[in-house]
Design a protein around this ligand. Structure first.
Ligand SMILES: Cc1cc2nc3c(=O)[nH]c(=O)nc-3n(C[C@H](O)[C@H](O)[C@H](O)COP(=O)(O)OP(=O)(O)OC[C@H]3O[C@@H](n4cnc5c(N)ncnc54)[C@H](O)[C@@H]3O)c2cc1C
Length: 296
């Protein structure tokens, strides 16, 4: 693998890096440039390099909601390696590259509630905030006090919750271009948190295809329907295009049977949407993020 060192900083830009291992779908071609940033200095240096060179870039957390293109990415992928958290009572200052699942388990183990549902969500804190991740009637937005953000020109801003908008699997960050650096989360004492968490993990194991590569739920639920149930009712479970298949365990999961291409997933998504619309007039909305090879 070729390497190239950025002038300002010690981290390395790698070239032609296969992206499949960096997405839980295990799909994707090569990134032209790829760097893992592990400090604020490295992050700022990577962003300024992209800015100065007018490079198309993609911020990657744990890749658990990301479908890369088969051709890869004709720009720079910045992998978030900023991990760790500080606790002051129920207030937790969490760096955005921290594992959402691990943080949820650690906080529940020391007696804090609010993230019982999150153990088993294989994302980062940054990805969870960006997507407003949630399950079992809870979502991360309810715990957010503020988010520290770095704009693409390197300017830092702390957004209090009141300045942010969170909706179902959506946040204001979808409309912004920059990096969620850290979040201040307020959890609450709850001695039963870990017990509830274990129950939810066991439920996940029974209802989701966790042993096969996927990006979790492909579609958002609607006001009038649960996407997985709808797909099941359309008899689409088990439908396979190339190496991509609608899971037999959960209708809203598409799994990679081992050799799936991004195109297989995209074709299958289209077939599901068409089928559901034809039979019910419901328009499914995609939750997973497809990353095109080139800037649109
Ligand atoms: C088995 C499985 C189960 C799942 N269960 C759930 C569930 O119960 N509930 C749920 O909500 N989701 C679930 N998901 C989906 C996924 O885990 C979440 O959406 C998660 O929050 C994505 O985090 P990530 O770090 O992997 O994001 P990525 O896929 O890396 O990125 C997703 C988006 O966030 C942006 N992003 C990531 N980090 C940053 C940052 N620091 N700054 C700015 N932008 C950023 C990316 O650019 C991208 O647009 C599941 C996925 C899997 C594979």
């Amino acid at each position: 693998m070729n390497t190239q060192t950025s002038k300002e900083c010690s981290f390395t830009w790698q070239t032609n890096v296969c992206l499949a291992p960096y997405s839980t779908f295990k799909i994707g071609g090569e990134a032209k440039l790829f760097a893992k940033v592990s400090s604020k200095k490295e992050l700022l240096s990577a962003l300024s390099y992209c800015h100065e060179n007018d490079l198309y870039y993609y911020i990657l957390g744990k890749g658990s909601n990301t479908l890369f293109d088969d051709r890869g990415f004709d720009g720079a992928v910045i992998l978030n390696g900023l991990a760790g958290f500080e606790q002051k009572g129920g207030a937790f200052e969490v760096l955005s590259g921290t594992s959402f699942s691990l943080f949820a388990m650690q906080s529940a183990k020391i007696g804090y509630g609010g993230l019982e549902y999150a153990a088993g969500i294989p994302g980062s804190i940054g990805g969870a905030i960006f997507m407003n991740a949630g399950a079992s009637g809870q979502e991360i937005a309810s715990l957010v006090e503020s988010v520290d953000y770095i704009n693409e020109d390197g300017k830092y801003k702390c957004y209090p919750k009141e300045e942010l908008l969170f909706k179902y699997r959506w946040s204001s960050f979808h409309k912004m271009k920059g990096f969620i650096f850290s979040a201040s989360l307020r959890l609450y004492p709850d001695a039963a948190a870990r017990k509830v968490q274990i129950e939810l993990i066991n439920k996940r194991k029974q209802t989701q295809p966790l042993k096969e590569p996927s990006c979790g739920c492909v579609f958002r639920n609607g006001k009038e329907f649960i996407a997985g149930k709808l797909i099941d009712e359309m008899n689409l479970k088990g439908l396979q295009i190339g190496g991509a298949q609608v899971s037999n365990t959960h209708g809203n999961f598409i799994i990679n049977r081992g050799s799936a291409k991004a195109q297989d997933v995209k074709d299958l998504v289209q077939i599901i949407e068409d089928n559901v619309f034809e039979k019910t007039q419901y328009k499914l909305e995609r939750e997973i993020r497809y990353v095109p090879y080139q800037r649109n």
